[in-house]
Design a protein around this ligand. Structure first.
Ligand code: 3NM
Length: 209
């Protein structure tokens, strides 16, 4: 993968689409220029079974049309079935080395890390990029840890100058520049795009930094 793919990494599931239909949001975000997309269908009202898979396929189809990598959150079986471009896992999911073994070398593997140890383990076990967060407070993830600010991000960048790093959690158009200056290749956002009343302008602003 290219580090520039992480520039504006949009994440969404149906639970995040509060003011518009999810596919309408995704279409607008793709048209506006997001550089990566993660399918993250979570929560009590999350789609299941064939509805879940159908929605994932619809998202994937739109991403392909815009040549934007389609990444699946957590669900290795779905990622393999759909031949997704990548999978993103957290620390509570299957061990990283096992995931790499299951998906092979050609699928992008992203891992959320919060400490120097987790970062080192992720790299040693074949993560292609890491997600660091939550940088700021977020309402989009129920079990999010306390906001970390940019200190760990800066430390990670100092230790691994070439590592693809995306920052996540509470990032919006106003604080994104700070995060990029701290060393992230890009920002991953849910609400900043899902709840935007002008997605084109929001995407343009994020990409102007
Ligand atoms: N992961 P928003 S924070 C999906 O810290 C996710 O690993 C996080 O949503 C982590 O842009 C988060 O609305 C939610 O704050 C990001």
């Amino acid at each position: 993968m290219k580090r520039s793919d992480l520039q504006l990494y949009f994440i969404m599931g149906t639970a995040n689409a509060k003011i518009k239909q999810p596919l309408a949001i995704l279409e607008e975000a793709l048209q506006a220029g997001i550089t990566m997309f993660q399918f993250r269908e979570k929560g009590t009202d999350a789609l299941t079974d064939e509805h879940y898979e159908h929605f994932a396929r619809q998202c994937q189809k739109r991403c392909h049309h815009y040549n934007v990598p389609f990444i699946v959150n957590d669900d290795i079986e779905l990622a393999l079935k759909l031949k997704a471009d990548g999978i993103h896992i957290g620390q509570d999911d299957c061990p990283i080395s096992l995931v790499r073994e299951k998906i092979g070398e050609d699928i992008i593997l992203g891992v959320s890390v919060h400490t120097a140890d987790e970062l080192q383990i992720a790299i040693e076990n074949g993560a292609d990029y890491v997600g660091i967060g939550p940088i700021f407070a977020t309402t989009s993830k129920n079990d999010a840890k306390a906001p970390s600010g940019t200190e760990f991000l800066q430390q990670a960048r100092r230790h691994y100058p070439e590592l693809p790093i995306v920052a996540i959690g509470g990032i919006n158009c106003h604080n994104a520049e700070t995060v990029l200056k701290a060393g992230a290749d890009g920002v991953a956002v849910i609400s900043a795009i899902c709840e935007s009343h002008n997605i084109h302008q929001t995407v343009e602003t994020f990409k102007s930094y």
